[in-house]
Design a protein around this ligand. Sequence first.
Ligand SMILES: *Cc1c(COP(=O)(O)O)cnc(C)c1O
Length: 397
Amino acid sequence: MSQWFEVEKQVYMGVFRRLPVVLVRGEGARVWDENGKSYLDLVGGIAVNVLGHNHPRLTEAICSQAKNLIHTSNLYYTLPQLELGQLLMQHSCCDKVFFCNSGAEANEGALKLARRYGRKQRDGAFQVVTAESSFHGRTLATVAATGQPKYQAPFAPMPEGFAMVPFNDIEALSAAIGPQTAAIMLEPIQGESGVHLGQWGYLRSVKRLCEQHGLLLIFDEIQTGMGRTGKLFAYEHFDVEPDVITLAKGLAGGVPIGAILCKDAAMAFEVGDHGSTFGGNPLACAAGVATLRTLLEDGLIENSARLGQYFLDGLERLKGRHPVIQTTRGLGLLFACDFEREIAADVVKSGLSRGLILNNTGPKTLRFAPPLIITPAEADEALELLSASLDEVMAAA
Ligand SMILES: *Cc1c(COP(=O)(O)O)cnc(C)c1O
């Protein structure tokens, strides 16, 4: 047992259920622990390490920016921030950007934007409708927006101004819209709760409802953005242009960053309405520029689409050998499988012992979000390791 487990217990707030491994180094789709054992990484820092670990272009961008300018605050103009902003506007349906430092912060800002919009354009409407089993972050407002009671109950009372409806149910959404409604906020694919895809027709109808009622459509693409689903942004799969998009996770390949993107018509903030000390600092934005350019220039978004299908086909084949696998689903390199029994945590444990990093979003569900640089050979290796883990777990069950 590592002595660091004891240190963590002593000093760190006990909010995480961590796996018993101390990671010290990474390269490509692999990470190494303190004892030199290597692992194939199918989690990618929870959909963050889109370029894998220690990507030369990202590492170089971070090092050279650090030598020039790490931080200045937003009292001044800085180049990486403006370059990243331009790039994102070029490659999305949006016109304006604001940078912050995390997903929750991006959503928090988007919620403030919705209230400002409602005040100006919708007679003071302030309510945001969100979906059950969604995940939008850990701040009070984003917990209130998150459609999972377990995140809310310990912190009641919740901030006001949210309504919750079942996902993929257009009647329920339509019924929830009233004079107080300012915006609808959805993940086009619900990631944290187990990779549940929004239906094409549903998201199209949501967009139409927003147009009819003059509501903002906010897509939380914190997990689905940055090529994760085989397109740069997941909204491209659904022929729906949201008014507001929030990004974080993969945006700077692992350096903390978040962003709110919006169309001109949705930009309701006035000078002084929002801000951030760190947000959009040169270091994070230089990492963002390197990440986005590499995704676009190295064909990694196409690789995400191709390898995502490759993995899904592989999992379907595993189903033959392991009937405990019930369903598989996903888009690009964001995919999941459900088991018939509550074995997901044991599979994660067994995978770890074999050198495979896995993640379970529930007792029966594995969620996969490997780096977008992953190769077919690594996918084969991962599927073999997963198969061996399933053998072990089912033999013990
Ligand atoms: C991870 C995630 C968040 C929260 O991001 P943090 O950086 O952890 O605050 C919000 N929404 C979605 C869809 C996410 O996947």
